[in-house]
Design a protein around this ligand. Structure first.
Ligand code: ATP
Ligand code: MG
Length: 231
């Protein structure tokens, strides 16, 4: 049966190691993300936060325990169905040596200029894109190195909006950005979250505040959970 609508994602005692020779980086992790909910993952570097999103996106397999998507074991679901439901905004933005337009439309190259611009506008990326030489046709260098890290993030946000995923997975970058871009990113994140199902690795307090539940990770385990007020 094909997955059409996201309903819930449940981690049940999930443990994971990248290879059998390496130590576990997730240890009996349990949580549930329901439709319309927003969860923030916080914790020290290396505590396993990005690994959670990589497992959901099926970038890695071989977890122990259970990850249920609408009650169905994730490992039995084809990756193209997963990609249809989840939009992953990675820490490094994951940009291609192609135009801005290509990077936003990604895989949906029949998308119109109007749709691409609307997605960029939604996350406040439109203004700086218009100012680039050739605007939306501006060609990115490898890994978007001819953009600032904040601009690269905004393009990855625009991509997520354009792809119309049902669940946004945000791995917020830690790199510092100038205060003007920081302001745009905060506004963009607020909009991205608005009325959506979100699982976000959050570094900004402004992002964390908007979440229904915060999961605190330490060395692969959830050591605390609750709302911003409770923690
Ligand atoms: P950060 O806040 O720095 O992004 P994180 O909480 O996202 O950290 P993860 O990237 O999930 O941490 O990494 C968890 C652990 O898994 C770390 O010890 C890391 O070194 C290890 N790890 C991550 N990716 C791999 C990989 N591809 N192969 C082997 N080990 C990895
Ligand atoms: Mg990470």
């Amino acid at each position: 049966k094909k997955l059409e609508q996201f309903d819930s994602l449940e981690f049940k005692n999930v443990s994971f190691r990248y290879t059998e020779q390496l130590p576990y980086v997730l240890k009996e992790v349990s949580f549930c993300l329901n439709k319309g909910q927003q969860i923030a993952l916080v914790g020290a570097t290396g505590s396993g936060k990005s690994t959670i999103l990589r497992l959901i996106a099926q970038i890695y397999s071989g977890y122990e325990g259970s990850i249920l998507l609408n009650g169905v074991e994730l490992s039995s679901i084809p990756t193209n169905q997963i990609n249809h439901i989840f939009s992953l905004m990675r820490q490094d933005a994951f940009l291609f040596e192609e135009s801005v337009r290509f990077n936003i439309a990604l895989g949906k190259q029949d998308m119109t200029d109007k749709e691409i611009k609307a997605a960029a506008e939604y996350v406040f990326a439109d203004q700086f894109i218009e100012q680039l030489p050739n605007g939306y046709d501006f060609k990115l260098d490898k890994n978007g190195s001819n953009l600032s890290s904040g601009q690269a993030q905004l393009i990855s946000f625009a991509r997520a909006v354009a792809q119309k995923g049902q669940v946004f997975m945000l791995d917020e970058a830690t790199s510092s950005v100038d205060s003007m871009t920081e302001n745009l990113i905060q506004k963009a994140v607020k909009r991205l979250f608005d009325g959506k199902t979100v699982i976000a690795i959050a570094h900004r307090l402004s992002t964390i505040r908007h979440s229904d539940e915060i999961l605190v990770f330490d060395q692969g385990r959830i050591v605390e959970r609750g709302t911003h007020e409770q923690l």
